[in-house]
Write a protein that binds this ligand. Structure first.
Ligand SMILES: Nc1ncnc2c1ncn2[C@@H]1O[C@H](COP(=O)(O)OP(=O)(O)OP(=O)(O)O)[C@@H](O)[C@H]1O
Ligand SMILES: [Mg+2]
Length: 508
């Protein structure tokens, strides 16, 4: 085949949902052996466009060409026949099946009695070839998210995908897993496969793509060769104005009374392994304490212990002098932005309005003697949508139809609007576009300035440096260092994230 033929062309694709034009004449193309980055803010229409490609949605206009020939794709199984593979933004695995079972699930040529022997061998070969290792016989729910992501990718490769769509694959990965994925992608393109790569992390986009197509508000903005571009240019194309994450100016804290006090706290993770060890921390009013660290070093357990979703095995947790160890937090006391907005933060099948009152649905003005006051609920939702800039056609739509960034705004509005004394923000910008990230940063700075104590957990060092008054570094459940945000040094923090203590660092 002529190498100049495009493996994939989407021309003038249009897709309309009630009240939203998600894709308005969008075009993109990708050659054999190339990685095309697809960029755009939350809600720009990236996932919709890829769902059209995968046959999940029928477009209202436009054409799709595979290897130069026009195709009509009316279902995922047809997409697979054309060599298209898709790794969805949110996992589609069956939790109770094993990795291997998930991979063979839905394969067309299955006999009545499934013989998993050859399938296992093929899977193990794929793992080896792309250095994406999974445990074939373990149920998916027991596997760490990184491995779940590998299963999704291996599933597409098992079906021999020649055009692989990865919708924000690195949002849930640790930095070293992201590097691993980059290596696998390079291998795939060397073999002549094409990849469409969606990510909000511009550094990665610069590193692995050949070209980048940018869309904004459902419209095509342009395509640029990665080598002629840089992060600032891409951000400007995406948002329409230059934007970057920098250290925030801040006023001195006038009333730094202790709000959160943790003394000698120990906690275990879901497998019963110690996750927090002899943990001591004080967060003051009007202060943002950033918790830096590679994911999985106790951050989740830390947040869950404070809000009362996990029992501390020993130690003491106080908020404003009141002991709250093992008590589920009062929403007007602690605002909690959990790391997984879809599983813990929202009820995806409930409306935007209902999600906004879910913690206070039994109270006035939302309810009176067990009868919901729909007018008050609607009014509240309209106010919140306006105040927190939630992009939604109406407050009555299911929250699952909103883009990731807008779902996050719903969680933030519900949790922080009651003005709690303590905010626990666990990875609040994960999966958000740059504009939405700065938006969340603005909100957290406002919280600090009104006098809330803010515990800000993130695996992105850049934003920890931008926001924190103090930074603690977590490694295997222990604090490696506690440094001033103003004078913190990225390299030193990076080393503490890998397990060096501050003292060891200072002795050098
Ligand atoms: N099934 C649906 N029904 C109604 N509206 C939808 C549906 N799916 C998407 N939308 C709307 O289409 C628009 C584009 O959403 P899409 O999920 O494609 O954005 P995205 O670019 O992938 O955003 P993100 O970066 O947050 O994942 C949004 O306004 C969204 O609310
Ligand atoms: Mg998306």
């Amino acid at each position: 085949m002529d190498d100049n033929v495009f493996a994939l062309q989407m021309q003038e694709i249009t897709k309309v949902f009630p009240g939203v034009i998600a894709n308005d004449h969008i075009s993109l193309e990708c050659k054999k052996g190339e990685v095309l980055g697809l960029l755009g803010e939350n809600g720009a229409g990236k996932t919709t466009l890829m769902n059209v490609l995968y046959g999940l949605y029928q477009p209202d206009g436009g054409r799709i060409l595979v290897n130069g020939k026009e195709v009509k794709i009316t279902s995922p199984s047809e997409a697979i026949q054309y060599g298209i593979g898709m790794v969805h933004q949110h996992f589609k695995l069956v939790d109770t099946l094993t990795a291997l079972e998930n991979i063979v699930l839905g394969m067309p040529d299955q006999k009545q009695f499934l013989d998993l022997g050859p399938a296992r061998e093929r899977l193990l070969n794929l793992c080896k070839e792309y250095e994406l290792y999974v445990e074939p016989d373990t149920e998916v729910w027991k596997l760490p998210v990184g491995q779940q992501q590998w299963i999704e990718i291996l599933k597409a490769l098992y079906r021999n995908a020649q055009i692989l769509v990865l919708d924000e694959p690195t949002a849930v990965l640790t930095p070293s897993e992201s590097d691993q994925l980059c290596r696998a992608i390079k291998k795939l393109t060397k073999e002549g496969r094409s990849v469409v790569f969606i990510s909000h992390k511009l550094r990665e986009v610069m590193e692995i793509t050949d070209n980048v197509t940018v869309i904004r508000d459902g419209k095509y903005i342009g395509t640029i060769a990665t080598k002629d571009s840089d992060q600032i240019k891409l951000a400007k194309m995406m948002v329409g104005r230059p934007i970057s994450i920098e250290r925030r100016e801040r006023e001195p804290n006038k009333n730094p009374e202790p709000v959160l006090v943790m003394k000698d706290v120990d906690a275990k993770d879901d497998r019963g392994i110690p996750a927090l060890k002899n943990f001591n921390l004080t967060v003051h009013a009007g202060e943002i304490v950033g918790v830096a660290g590679v994911d999985g070093n106790g951050q989740r357990e830390l947040a869950e212990c404070i809000v009362g979703l996990r029992k501390a095995t020993s130690g003491l947790i106080k908020v404003k002098g009141k002991e709250i160890t093992d008590v589920v937090a009062d929403p007007s006391f602690i605002g909690y932005i959990p790391e997984d907005r879809q599983k813990t933060g929202l009820v995806m099948d409930f409306s935007v309005a209902d999600n906004l009152i879910i913690k206070e649905c039994g109270k006035a003005p939302y309810a009176n003697k067990n009868i919901l006051n729909l007018g008050a609920i609607k009014k509240h939702a309209k106010e919140m949508a306006k105040k927190y800039n939630v992009k939604t056609p109406s407050e009555a739509v299911k929250v699952k139809t909103l883009s990731g960034g807008n779902q996050q705004k719903v969680v933030i509005a519900r949790e922080l609007d009651p003005e709690p004394v303590l905010d626990i923000a666990a990875h609040p910008t994960r999966g958000l576009d740059l504009g939405a990230v700065t938006n969340v940063h603005d909100i957290l700075m406002k919280e600090r300035n009104r006098g809330a104590a803010v515990l800000f957990i993130s695996a992105e060092l850049q934003e920890i440096m931008a926001l924190s008054d103090r930074i603690i570094v977590l490694y295997r459940g222990e604090i490696m260092g506690d440094v001033d945000g103003e004078t913190a040094d990225t390299i030193k923090i990076g080393q503490m994230m890998l397990g060096q203590t501050m003292e060891a660092e200072d002795e050098k």
